[in-house]
Ligand binder design. Structure first.
Ligand code: NDP
Length: 544
């Protein structure tokens, strides 16, 4: 057991529009009709007409199909492509199911780890997480049902199609939109594994504000838009930022290149590769903070010769591009390109080589990979899916129920905000309350609370933090009055974050009577938090 102190009094013991012209039995409406009739939030829908199954291909597992609801469309993925598909299919009354993803990547996709977006038409500047949260809310408003879970595999050998998930069983559907995007690549250099999430990160926005990265040299690997953006972002915290570019030029847009080149704290090293992450630091004795990363071994070009040396840096951030998320398609019959993206029948079309299976966004795009192109392709996939369903008489329209209020199947968003948003002080602090913000409350509760104390560490603009928020809020609500909850913004209370060993956000700790019971780094399932809180409550009963 390690003991560390937080200031003088806080000591911690850690242990679409309608387009089909076929003779349909389902009733059609124009998008204009839909718009004029529904201006308010809807998500609990009831079927308005039944399926014409005469044209549907028989399913070998007929029994399963008759027992379980067959959805119009399951959208796999939740970036701008997935959410736009959900908005369009929702507005077509298809009640789309969106598998948002969980362990496979943060719901909302790559924009959840993008700081400022300045090229989204109609918006001068918006953070990535804000933009994605708005898209999600808009999709729910049109009846999309969000499931925070991962897709394991799909079976498109016969209809209805099956979409197998990790925790939510198998979903049956007549069409699928694949919008799983792409994941950040890693270098896989020696030392990376042991320093991952402590000294090395693929998300400068999530982790850059951690106390261990304050006032120390940091390095970013890559030469694209992400690398330049992250290098500039990190200058807020770092003493200097080394941008390690493997070739002799940046490939980022001119605007970002110019900003990086002009920034006095950014040093660009061309023809330089990171070949080993060096650990062994972290004591803070050298006045360089508590990051366990000591530096990075680099190989650079000096006068035509490849030379190796150690570059001192206390944080290493990867921005080296992405790989299409297609593992779950292995053996499904959905064709991939040589580059690993989902292949389409015609370049730029949303149709895959499997009938009724459509694709949108970066998972099929090796060229443009922009939020706006992903959203555009999400719209195309939604229109194509609706046409396809309509032409085959497979579509069931869902009419919104009048008493609807916006909520997802998972209920994750039923409580958006904790009770308080403003940090407690001596005048406002009330120990009987469950929800608290800031270090004043933490110090008080740490010493006097007789309940399990749940502390969440966040940083501004952190996408995974906004994903965790509704999940954890839902759990805290379940345990209301039996637990205490404190939110700590690590940029507001850096000394608390440092003492708690925060190297990235979000992070959650559970304390009971000054003992640290659990630490959770990143976004976790509600069930994990529930289990840990129940165990702590059981402990508290034993000890009382
Ligand atoms: P990119 O694929 O554009 O760039 C990846 C960079 O990483 C390249 O410089 C590449 O080098 C380098 N790289 C790849 N593998 C390695 C490796 N093993 N070792 C060292 N370096 C490596 O990815 P981004 O994430 O930057 O951008 C993806 C898309 O998102 C782009 O279309 C971009 O425009 C967009 N974007 C837009 C932003 C904005 O407008 N605010 C912000 C971020 C992204 P090389 O050039 O030698 O191949």
């Amino acid at each position: 057991m390690t003991t560390f102190s937080v200031g003088p009094s806080f000591a911690v013991t850690t242990g679409l529009p309608r387009l089909g012209n076929s003779p349909l039995r389902v009733r059609h409406q124009s998008l204009t009709d839909q718009k004029s009739r529904f201006r308010i939030a809807h998500s609990r829908y009831r079927p308005r007409c039944s399926v014409d199954t005469s044209t549907a291909a028989p399913k070998s597992t007929t029994e399963t199909a008759t027992e379980q609801e067959v959805h119009n469309v399951v959208i796999i993925g939740s970036g701008p492509a997935g959410y736009t598909s959900a908005i369009y299919t929702g507005r077509a009354f298809l009640k789309p199911i969106v598998l948002e993803g969980f362990n496979s990547g943060v719901a909302g996709g790559q924009l959840m780890t993008t700081h400022i977006v300045e090229n989204w038409p109609g918006t001068l500047s918006i953070t990535g997480p804000e933009l994605m949260n708005q898209m999600r809310t808009q999709a729910e408003r049109w009846g999309a049902q969000m499931i925070t879970d991962d897709c394991v595999s799909i079976d498109v050998s016969s209809r209805p199609y099956s979409v197998r998930t990790v925790n939510s069983g198998t979903l049956l559907c007549n069409s699928i939109i694949i919008a799983t995007g792409a994941s950040a690549k890693r270098l896989r250099i020696p030392g990376e594994e042991s320093l991952w999430s402590t000294g090395i990160s693929a998300c400068a926005i999530c982790d850059g504000a951690a106390p261990v990265f304050q006032g120390v040299p940091l390095a970013v690997v890559g030469g694209g838009d992400s690398a330049c953006e992250e290098a500039i972002y990190l200058t807020k915290y770092a003493s200097e930022v080394h941008l390690l570019v493997r070739s002799d030029k940046l490939r980022a847009s001119k605007t970002l290149q110019d900003r990086a080149k002009a920034h006095p704290k950014v040093h660009i090293h061309y023809e330089t590769s990171a070949i080993e992450a060096l650990g062994g630091a972290g004591s803070g004795e050298d006045g360089m903070g508590g990051s366990p990363l000591r530096g990075v071994r680099i190989r650079e070009n000096v006068d035509g010769k490849r030379v190796e040396r150690e570059l001192k840096c206390r944080g290493l951030f990867y921005a080296i591009g992405h790989t299409a998320n297609t593992n779950f398609l292995n053996g499904s019959g959905v064709l991939l390109t040589e580059g690993g993206q989902v292949a389409t029948r015609v370049p730029g079309s949303p149709e895959t080589h499997v009938d009724g299976v459509f694709v949108a966004g970066d998972v099929a795009d090796a060229e443009y990979r922009q939020a706006v192109t992903a959203a555009g392709s999400g719209c195309q996939a939604a229109i194509a899916a609706e046409r396809w369903l309509a032409e085959r008489g497979l579509m069931v329209e869902y009419a919104p129920s009048p008493d609807d209020n916006m909520s997802s199947t998972t209920g994750e968003r039923t409580r958006e905000e904790p009770e308080k948003k403003v940090a407690d002080n001596a005048a406002t602090f009330d120990e009987d309350e469950t929800w608290h913000v800031g270090q004043f409350a933490l110090r008080k509760l740490y010493h006097s609370s007789k309940r399990p104390l749940i502390v969440k560490y966040i940083s501004p603009g952190c996408g995974p933090c906004s994903q965790l928020k509704p999940l954890l809020n839902a759990v805290i609500t379940e345990f209301e009055s039996t637990v205490h909850y404190v939110e700590i913004d690590i940029t507001e209370d850096p000394e608390i974050a440092e003492a708690a060993g925060v190297t990235g956000t979000p992070m959650v700790q559970i304390f009971y009577e000054k003992s640290l019971m659990n630490t959770f780094r990143g976004v976790k399932m509600k069930s994990e938090f529930r289990r840990a809180i129940r165990e702590t409550l059981a402990e508290s009963v034993k000890s009382s």
